[in-house]
Design a protein around this ligand. Structure first.
Ligand code: NAD
Ligand code: COI
Length: 334
């Protein structure tokens, strides 16, 4: 049995070596390149592929895998929004994900973004760089004075809620599915409009679908409180960047913590030398602001997460190749 892996980074190699040692019956080969039509032929001879990328999985790349009789794809991450399920079904692919590699990694990052904005850390950092060791005017706000709207109470959203409650914040939540634990605490509001109305901070933890693309748009922002903070550690396309920039310009939005951005692949994953050289005016606009914190889709990036991403994705691919049904199988027929 052979598995070919795409996009393997140095930080993943120790966990991959451990997995190989525990699975001597599986031949593993890999590349640091992501899966594209150009790199798809590298998988020739394999029975399955393991991948991780934020770029779209194109039909032509999948067709080449198909030509080599490869029908098993295991991604090392949660979100499946960069696949076209019709392509997967047409080409008879089985897909697995790693739905729970470490929700704490992302939840902690989201709460840290909030805290850095509330305590005006980017402004303090700039003051420190200028040798300015004074307090004023960078006075902060406390979590316990905030009402925080958590959109999506799945694996990540629920950990966000637990951490925020530790800080004494008031939490309201919205989800199309009601989790019994969150329901029991009486945190759900009936609509996004109600969540926007009550919250000083809004944090997104929902998957991206065609139906919720740009859910944070001009209309949604107009329904929010003046001086709201917006945190996005889910998917960039959930927010209309033009509307976000307009909201920041008008002061309606006090700040934003953005681990993901619309069109992030034009900027993330590369070294630009300085913000001025970023080839995307909207992302540059956001990254230059002291009340906006941009991180390069790194909320997931912890040692624990990386280890679990490797182990679960390779386990899942092996199970698929053996013709069995892993618990991580994605329902692409939905
Ligand atoms: P999850 O599936 O456990 O939870 C998602 C929740 O969203 C579910 O409770 C679901 O009912 C709810 N939901 C779906 N559509 C909704 C809608 N339109 N309105 C309200 N609620 C809706 O997923 P998770 O593990 O909590 O991850 C959430 C998202 O976070 C992922 O889909 C992925 O896009 C993103 N993510 C980002 C990173 C990162 O590094 N920034 C890492 C992992 C995941
Ligand atoms: C996910 O797991 O869905 C992420 O967003 C992490 C990223 C490395 C793709």
């Amino acid at each position: 049995m052979k598995i070919f892996a795409y996009g393997i980074r140095d930080d993943e190699k120790p966990s991959l070596e451990k997995w190989k040692k525990a699975n001597p019956d599986v031949e593993v080969d890999f590349t640091s390149e992501i899966l594209t039509a150009e790199t798809a032929p590298l998988a020739k001879g394999a029975n399955g592929v393991v991948t991780l990328q934020t770029a779209p999985y194109t039909r032509d790349a999948l067709e080449i895998l198909n030509k080599f009789n490869i029908h098993n794809i295991s991604i090392r991450n949660v979100g499946v929004d960069n696949f076209n399920f019709k392509d997967l079904n047409d080409l008879k692919f089985n897909l697995t994900s790693v739905p729970v590699y470490s929700p704490n990694a992302i939840a902690e990052h989201a709460v840290l973004l909030m805290g850095r904005l509330l305590r005006r850390i980017p402004e303090f950092d700039q003051k420190m760089d200028n040798g300015d060791f004074t307090w004023s005017p960078t006075i902060g706000k406390e979590y316990r004075e905030q009402t925080i709207g958590v959109v999506g109470t799945g694996h990540i959203g629920r950990i966000v809620i637990k951490i925020l409650q530790g800080f004494g914040a008031k939490v309201v939540a919205y989800d199309v599915y009601h989790n019994p634990e969150i329901e029991e605490q009486g945190l759900y509001v009936d609509s996004l409009e109600e969540l926007y109305k009550q919250s000083n901070i809004i944090t997104l933890h929902v998957p991206l679908f065609d139906s919720n693309k740009h859910m944070i748009n001009e209309k949604a922002i107009s329904e929010m409180n003046d001086g709201v903070y917006i945190i996005n550690c889910a998917r960039g396309e959930l927010i209309d960047t033009d509307a976000l920039i307009a909201g920041l310009d008008s002061g309606k939005i006090a700040g934003a913590g953005l681990d993901v951005l619309d069109d992030e692949n034009s900027v993330f994953g590369k070294v630009w030398g300085s913000i001025d050289k970023i080839p995307n005016d909207k992302i540059k606009n956001l990254a230059q602001r002291l009340n906006v914190i941009v991180t390069p889709h790194s909320a997931f990036y912890t040692e624990t997460a990386i280890h679990n991403m490797i182990t679960t994705s390779f386990d899942s691919n092996k199970i698929l190749i053996e013709g069995k049904k892993p618990s991580t199988l994605v329902d692409t027929k939905k």
